[in-house]
Design a protein around this ligand. Structure first.
Ligand SMILES: Nc1ncnc2c1ncn2[C@@H]1O[C@H](COP(=O)(O)OS(=O)(=O)O)[C@@H](OP(=O)(O)O)[C@H]1O
Ligand SMILES: Nc1ncnc2c1ncn2[C@@H]1O[C@H](COP(=O)(O)OP(=O)(O)O)[C@@H](O)[C@H]1O
Length: 250
């Protein structure tokens, strides 16, 4: 780990954690931060701030009930970790009465820890143009250089998060919006996020660019002629399209 990574971040004191079971009559007094979790004890994590604890003290938080088979308590020093949760409630889309919560561990801290800059590399192009191949090659290269990246491949994301979306224009827009939002979170975490989607509409790609600080969204166009992609046709999609069995950009 690099030197910057070991520097304490503002507002962070030492955390203590320990395990105990509900068999302990008074789990809090039996709290032992150095004890290892015994075989068979659960993994339930309970973190409770002691509202009245002085900011500098490091005590186990009081656990309100002991129903869990295992409790792991962490003392949270006063308000040191509370972050900034002040400000008015907002309405965003259909979400009402929500509030942004900042944390003292921020993007800069995470970037220092990883010794890299979080960003989004967005690869666009026809099906078969080589987006996934380039994404993998780039990820491998970065890995060899000790840089952490993560690929959001359109094909893969449609296996889970976006499985409810089709290939009609509005679903494609939603597909790209969601991937753009996830990519933004990855970049914020300090990771180099490589998104590879057909993303045929400039407006959708521009919306994703607008989610990030200037320069943090790098667009790569796989400039491969249709005839080359069609000749490759590794999934047989062009054949299906020519036969009129699938519609839209592929
Ligand atoms: N009808 C139709 N049109 C286009 N693409 C189709 C279709 N049906 C399935 N596929 C496969 O879906 C893969 C992922 O597409 P994307 O999510 O990248 O498309 S988009 O950005 O929403 O336009 C895309 O992956 P790639 O071939 O890697 O580009 C296709 O294999
Ligand atoms: N630079 C390249 N030259 C020749 N073939 C390639 C190249 N890049 C990718 N391919 C091949 O083209 C096909 C499609 O590549 P792929 O990365 O899956 O494209 P996409 O993700 O854009 O659909 C694969 O069979 C792959 O091996």
């Amino acid at each position: 780990m690099n030197a910057a990574a070991t520097k304490p971040l503002p507002g962070i004191a030492t955390l203590k954690a320990g395990f105990w079971t509900s068999r302990d009559a008074d789990a809090v007094t039996n709290f032992n931060p150095t004890r290892r979790r015994n075989k068979g004890e659960g993994r339930c994590l309970r973190i409770k701030a002691m509202e009245d604890s002085p900011a500098s003290s490091n005590q186990a938080g009081r656990v309100a009930d002991h129903k869990e088979s295992c409790l792991d308590a962490v003392s949270v020093n006063g308000h040191a970790h509370a972050g900034n949760n002040r400000g008015p409630l907002s309405t965003v889309g259909n979400s009402t009465n929500i509030k942004w919560h900042d944390c003292s561990v921020d993007k800069n801290g995470r970037q220092r820890l990883l010794n890299q800059k979080g960003c989004v590399i967005w690869i666009t192009g026809l099906s078969g143009s080589g987006k996934s191949t380039v994404a993998c090659a780039l990820s491998q290269l970065l890995y060899q250089r000790g840089k952490l990246s993560y690929i959001l491949d359109g094909d893969n994301v449609r296996h889970g998060l976006n499985r409810d979306l089709s290939f009609k224009a509005e679903d494609r827009a939603e597909n790209i919006r969601r991937v753009g939002e996830v990519a933004k979170l990855f970049a914020d975490s300090g990771v180099i996020c490589i998104a590879c989607l057909i993303s045929p509409y400039r407006a959708d790609r521009d919306s994703c660019r607008a989610m990030l600080p200037t320069g943090d969204f790098i667009e790569v166009f796989m400039d491969v002629p249709l005839r080359v992609c069609e000749a490759r046709d590794p999934k047989g999609l062009y054949k299906l399209a020519r036969a009129g069995k699938i519609k839209g950009n592929i």
